[in-house]
Design a protein around this ligand. Structure first.
Ligand SMILES: NC(=O)c1ccc[n+]([C@@H]2O[C@H](COP(=O)([O-])OP(=O)(O)OC[C@H]3O[C@@H](n4cnc5c(N)ncnc54)[C@H](O)[C@@H]3O)[C@@H](O)[C@H]2O)c1
Length: 246
């Protein structure tokens, strides 16, 4: 009996649960937790799949999930991760920015590629020597909770700082920072009323070449700050981990 725990039944949690319901991921039962119980109840009700609601992380752990997906918030990741690891449960962390402030070294912690990709190549290059990594993220002002009729540079700085200032919007910066550390990632965030998709352009200059990667992602209909690809990256990772366990 393979169980998957989901903490946070919002945009990402819902898409993951739906993928489980469609049998894209090998799982027999979902264990759902949200600090807003109504969100968890609504998700359970929408599913044609066995799902148990719990009212705390401890209750979730007692149900012995094969893996837990954190899809809640940076604060939730900071609060729950030590307890999940103490219980020796595998965990996928979506709120990646939280890991920048935590000292976590565990093979049980899995980080999905989120709204970007090519991290294998970037990581490999970082081992040889990174000269420069620049992330330019372009979003519709609504996705940044801004109002502007013209293109505007909203932020320029390093990835760690971007992830802290934009905890909901800049998980991509945190993912890149963790991939190339101790090298630094320069980040520019642009609010652009002309775009409807969240776009991330990554330029890498390294010892033996250059890379240019571009991702143009539809925002999740339930949460414009979240790209659909981010949820699908968690689904892909979950599928790989569960298939390897069986
Ligand atoms: N890794 C990535 O590429 C990536 C991409 C997008 C979003 N994210 C992150 O994933 C997380 C979820 O994103 P989302 O779009 O689904 O958000 P959402 O706001 O749609 O849903 C989050 C849900 O978590 C619940 N929640 C919040 N704090 C909680 C807590 N302490 N305990 C239990 N439940 C809690 C909320 O009630 C809500 O239902 C966010 O932190 C977001 O920044 C990561």
């Amino acid at each position: 009996m393979k169980k998957v725990g989901i903490i946070g039944c919002g945009a990402i949690g819902t898409l993951i649960a739906t993928a489980v319901e469609k049998r894209i991921v090998p799982c027999d039962e979902l264990v759902l937790y949200d600090c807003n119980i109504e969100k968890a109840k609504a998700l359970k009700k929408s599913l044609n799949f066995p799902a148990t609601l719990v009212e705390s992380l401890e209750e979730m752990i007692k149900r012995k999930p094969a893996i837990i997906v954190e899809a809640a918030s940076q604060q939730a990741a900071k609060d729950y991760l030590p307890r999940i690891l103490a219980a020796k449960v595998e965990v996928i962390v979506m709120s990646v920015g939280a890991l920048l402030d935590m000292d976590v070294e565990s093979s049980k912690v899995h980080i999905p590629s989120g709204a970007i990709g090519g991290l294998d190549a970037i990581f490999s290059a970082s081992l040889a020597g990174i000269e420069e990594v620049v992330l330019t993220s372009r979003k519709n002002p609504k996705a940044l909770e801004l109002v502007t009729r013209e293109e505007k540079l909203v932020y320029e700085g390093v990835a760690e700082d971007a992830a802290r200032r934009f905890p909901r919007e800049m998980n991509v910066a945190a993912i890149l920072a963790l991939t190339v550390k101790p090298a630094k990632v320069r980040v520019m965030i642009i609010a652009d009323p002309k775009v409807t998709r969240n776009t991330h352009e990554i330029k890498v200059r390294w010892k033996h070449g250059d890379m240019l990667l571009k991702f143009s992602n539809d925002p999740h209909p339930q949460n414009r700050k979240t790209s659909a690809l981010a949820a699908w990256s968690a689904i892909g990772l979950l599928k790989r981990i569960l298939e390897n366990q069986s």
